[in-house]
Write a protein that binds this ligand. Structure first.
Ligand code: PLP
Length: 375
């Protein structure tokens, strides 16, 4: 019953639930899910906790092996253990990429709307941010490759790619990735690809293609950011990693973190290894639950005259055009109706909101009932 029964997260200082602890607002904002992690992960954590000694810990060799085996099996991607750099969070990897590629004053390109740290990281690293708008094609969002190509200035050194894309929910197809690759080659860009949502593909016929796997030569110009945290709901355990095939780029990334970044929490390593070794039954049930919730959204929004939803192919996040309710800031209106969403302005698009449907269906139904007057 893991996926059906609501779990009280308020006593756990949950970021998501605490925000509205004093108000009757259902939190469907920050990207974690209201589900327990796989039993195998919980058992591995319990076993590690029972050991009772929590000293400084290296990532175990068996964890590298688990990640390599998983990547080969699920994406047909061969990675070497040496290429993996462990990080206490994936956002750190986005910031690291901006610091480790080029020099202050160079430009970083990204496609918007996008996960807010993509918009902040270039400036924090003294880089110029170049935003290339994705195009709303009604059913889904896509690239305007000509505009993308034209927008890249000569001082651009890095492309930050979100694949699958948060918040528009696209799992980029191979032909789209090939076009991105061609543009990156033309402009001599490095590509940092955030693939944190890559195991949350909701359509059965979709398969994740790591950007770095497209072209063996270009792989040396890539940083792939991955983590078990979205798929197996482990965000609070702070464990992510970068795959950086080029030794010099890897060394520069490591140098940027020296003395500043703590190593990953040992429970993060434990959970990550158990997750990558899990038998997949939990994940199959999760995906079925998310598909069911997406159907519910499809039906509900089909009847809406004011709100327009983009149903994601991947992620448990839905992007909603709410400009008819308020062209700049519709969020407080949803809150006034008892539903807490993410503010589109943080993603670079006013008038939009993002809804997290990684929760038991009953909770989503309740939220939709509350939103009825806005439909
Ligand atoms: C695209 C993307 N990257 C990174 C993260 C967060 O990664 P972390 O919590 O490991 O910093 C998220 C969380 O929502 C995300 O959607």
């Amino acid at each position: 019953m893991t996926f059906k029964t609501p779990i009280d997260r308020l006593p756990t200082s949950s970021n998501k639930w605490n925000k509205y602890a004093e108000r009757d607002i259902l939190p469907l904002w920050v990207a974690d899910m209201d589900f327990t992690s796989p039993p195998s992960v919980i058992a591995a954590l319990q076993e590690r906790v029972a050991h009772g000694v929590f000293g400084y810990t290296d990532p175990p060799a068996s964890l590298f092996e688990a990640v390599q085996t998983y990547a080969a099996k699920h994406y047909g991607w061969q990675i070497e253990a040496d290429w993996i750099v462990w990080l206490p969070g994936l956002v750190q990897g986005i910031n690291l990429a901006c610091r480790a590629v080029g020099e202050p004053g160079d430009a970083v390109v990204t496609a918007t709307p996008v996960y807010p740290p993509f918009l902040r990281a270039p400036g924090l690293a003294g880089r110029e941010l170049i935003k290339v708008p994705l195009v709303d094609r009604d059913e889904d969002w896509g690239w305007d490759f000509a505009a993308f190509d034209a927008a890249i200035p000569p001082n651009a050194k890095l492309l930050l790619l979100c694949h699958p894309h948060n918040p528009v929910g696209r799992a980029w197809r191979k032909d789209e990735l090939e076009q991105i690759l061609a543009i990156a080659k033309k402009h001599d860009l490095l590509v940092c690809s955030d693939e944190i949502h890559c195991d949350l593909l909701l359509d059965a016929d979709l398969k994740h293609t790591p950007f770095a796997s497209l072209d063996p030569d270009f792989a040396a110009r890539t940083i792939t950011l991955l983590a078990p945290s979205k798929t197996w709901n482990l965000a609070g355990l702070g464990c992510a990693f970068a795959v950086i095939p080029d030794a010099a780029l890897r060394a520069r990334c490591r140098r940027e973190t020296l003395g500043l970044t703590p190593s990953v929490n040992l429970l993060g390593y434990t959970a990550a290894e158990a997750a990558y070794r899990d038998d997949g039954k939990w994940l199959a049930e999760l995906l079925a639950t998310l598909r069911g919730n997406r159907e519910l959204l499809r039906e509900w929004f089909a009847q809406s005259s004011k709100l327009k939803i983009t149903l994601p192919e991947a992620t448990y996040l839905a992007w909603i055009d709410a400009r008819a309710i308020d062209p700049i800031n519709p969020l407080p209106i949803f809150e006034a109706h008892g539903v807490g969403l993410s503010d589109g302005r943080d993603f670079g698009l006013p008038g939009y909101v993002r809804l997290n449907f990684g929760c038991p269906r009953v909770l989503l139904e309740k939220a939709l009932q509350r939103m009825e007057p806005l439909r």
